[in-house]
Design a protein around this ligand. Structure first.
Ligand code: ATP
Ligand code: MG
Ligand code: MG
Ligand code: MG
Length: 439
C-alpha cells in the first residue's frame, strides 16, 4: 500500500476526550472515528487489525472443532420471552419496534437464538457433540461507554455455544474453549490469564474470565504472579483428548487467580507473599458452563442412548474481538505510539523514503516494495513528499514491527536501514538482506 493513495487520517493533537492510551492512539493513528457514544466507524488501518484478530479467532475455533455460522444482529423479542430474559436483561438491551409494532431487539448475546436453531434441527444424541459460533456485532446500551472500543455500545464479539448430551461432555467443551482461547490470545502477543469469575446474568456455576493485566483495566484482580509466566507455546493439542485438554486447563488454573467477585482473602494469604499480587485487568473473554438453563425452558432436547428425552447441556463462550484492539495497545506501546505484535499488525513492515523524487531512492523503494510483495508481505510505503521527521513520527505512531529507511546517502554505499519498532535498534544492510530479515 502506498501511503499517498491510502486513507490514514492521522491526528497531530491528542484528542481531549480520550482518557487512556489505547483510545488516544487509536484516534491519533486514524484507526477509528466515533459516530455516537460507544459507536465507531472502523477506518482502514483499524479495520485491517480488526480483520486480523477475527481471522486468528476463527482459525483457533476451527482448530478446536467448532463450527462457524452467522446469526443476525436483530432478534425477535419472543425468543427472549421464552427464556425469561426479556424482562430480566434490563436497560442494557436496545429494544426496537418494527413497522408492524413487533418487539425486536439488537442482540446483546445469542443464547436464545442458537438454542432455537438447535431445537429446530437436532433431536438425537448421535448429532452431538456440537459447538457453533459466530463473530457478530452486539449492542449493549452501557451506562458509561468509554475508553473507545474497550467499552463500546456496539462491539464485535465472538460467541460460541456448545451442545452436549451430559455434563461431562459439556465440561470437555468448556475445557476445549479454555485451551483454544489461551492459544488465541498468545497468537496476538497477549498474556490473558484465566481467572475464576462470578456468573452474572448469563447464569451458571463454572465460569472463567480471561484477563489482560493493565493499570487501566476495569476489574480488580488478585493473583499469584507465577501465572503470568505460563505459556501454551507451540505444543500439539488433540482437542478430542479429554484428559490432555483437562490437564492443560489444570496447569493454567491451579495457581491463585481471581477477580474481585470471587476473591477469597483466606485462600489468597496462602500464596507466598512475594508472589501475591493485586492489580487490574481487562476482560477479553469469558467461558461459561450453564447446563440446562436455556435448553429446559426452550425445549432443546435430544433422545439419549437409552431412548430418553433429555435437555442438552450447554455453555457459552465469548471473546471481545473489538475490545482486543484496545487491550493489545494497552499491553504494547511506548510514548511514541503503538507497538503491534507481529500476529496482528496491520502491515508487517513500513518503508520510509527519505527523499521522495530522488531517482535512486524512489527506485530502491519500489524494488523493496515488490520484493516484499513477492514474499507475500504487504508493506506500507510512505511515498509522500514529507519531511523525514514527520514520516518517522507516523511510522512510530502506527507501530509496524519493522521499518526500512531508504535514502540517497545509504544507497551510495548499497545499504538501507532496518529498524525494529519494539527495540528501537537499527542496522544497516543491503536491501536484499532487509527483505530476508523481515520475511
Ligand atoms: P464487562 O464485564 O466488561 O461488561 P461482560 O462480562 O458483560 O463484560 P460478556 O457477556 O462476558 O461481557 O461478553 C464476552 C466478552 O465481550 C467480554 O469478555 C468482553 O471482552 C466483550 N465485551 C463485553 N462488553 C463489551 C463492550 N461494551 N465493549 C466491548 N467489548 C465488550
Ligand atoms: Mg457487561
Ligand atoms: Mg464481566
Ligand atoms: Mg463477562
Amino acid at each position: 500500500m502506498r501511503l499517498s493513495r491510502y486513507f490514514l487520517p492521522v491526528l497531530k493533537e491528542n484528542p481531549a476526550d480520550a482518557q487512556i492510551v489505547s483510545h488516544r492512539y487509536m484516534l491519533r493513528a486514524g484507526m477509528i472515528k466515533q459516530q455516537a457514544a460507544g459507536i465507531y466507524s472502523w477506518l482502514p488501518l483499524g479495520f485491517r487489525v480488526l480483520r486480523r484478530i477475527e481471522e486468528i479467532v476463527h482459525q483457533e475455533q476451527v482448530r478446536a472443532g467448532h463450527i462457524p455460522l452467522l446469526m443476525p444482529t436483530l432478534q425477535p423479542a419472543d425468543l427472549w420471552r421464552e427464556s425469561g430474559r426479556y424482562d430480566d436483561y434490563g436497560e442494557e438491551m436496545l429494544r426496537i419496534k418494527d413497522r408492524h409494532g413487533r418487539d425486536m431487539l439488537y442482540g446483546p448475546t445469542n443464547e436464545e437464538m442458537i438454542t432455537d436453531i438447535f431445537r429446530s434441527h437436532v433431536g438425537s444424541y448421535k448429532d452431538l457433540p456440537l459447538t457453533l459460533y459466530h463473530i457478530q456485532w452486539k449492542f449493549r446500551d452501557e451506562v458509561r461507554p468509554r475508553f473507545g472500543v474497550m467499552r463500546g455500545r456496539e462491539f464485535l464479539m465472538k460467541d460460541g455455544y456448545n451442545f452436549d448430551v451430559d455434563k461431562e461432555s459439556a465440561l470437555h467443551a468448556y475445557n476445549r474453549h479454555m485451551v483454544s482461547y489461551l492459544r488465541t490470545y498468545e497468537r496476538m502477543g497477549l498474556t490473558a490469564i484465566p481467572m475464576r469469575a462470578a456468573s452474572g446474568p448469563i447464569g451458571g456455576d463454572n465460569t472463567h474470565e480471561f484477563l489482560v493485566l493493565a493499570q487501566t483495566g476495569e476489574s480488580e484482580v488478585f493473583y499469584d504472579d507465577r501465572v503470568t509466566t505460563l505459556k501454551l507455546g507451540a505444543r500439539d493439542i488433540d482437542y478430542d483428548d479429554r484428559d490432555q485438554v483437562a490437564k492443560v486447563c489444570e496447569e493454567f488454573t491451579t495457581l491463585y487467580a481471581r477477580t474481585d467477585e470471587t476473591h477469597d482473602e483466606a485462600v489468597f494469604t496462602q500464596v507466598p507473599e512475594d508472589h501475591r499480587k493485586v492489580g487490574r485487568g481487562i476482560e477479553v473473554g469469558q467461558i461459561f458452563y450453564f447446563g440446562t438453563k436455556y435448553s429446559e425452558p426452550m425445549g432443546a432436547v435430544v433422545v439419549n442412548d437409552k431412548g430418553e428425552r433429555v435437555p442438552v447441556h450447554m455453555g457459552s463462550h465469548g471473546i471481545g474481538v473489538s475490545r482486543l484492539l484496545g487491550a493489545i495497545i494497552e499491553a504494547s506501546h511506548d510514548d511514541k505510539g503503538i507497538i503491534w505484535p507481529e500476529g496482528v499488525t496491520p502491515f508487517p513492515v513500513g518503508i520510509v523514503n527519505l527523499k521522495q523524487g530522488d531517482a535512486a531512492a524512489d527506485a530502491a523503494c519500489e524494488g523493496l516494495y515488490l520484493a516484499l510483495k513477492s514474499k507475500g508481505l504487504e508493506a506500507l510505503y510512505d511515498d509522500r513528499d514529507e519531511r523525514a521527521g514527520a514520516k518517522f513520527a507516523t511510522m512510530d505512531l502506527i507501530g509496524l514491527p519493522w521499518r526500512i529507511t531508504v535514502g540517497p546517502r545509504g544507497l551510495a554505499n548499497g545499504v538501507v536501514e532496518l529498524t525494529s519498532r519494539r527495540t528501537g535498534e537499527s542496522e544497516e544492510m543491503s536491501p536484499e538482506a532487509a527483505v530476508a530479515r523481515v520475511a
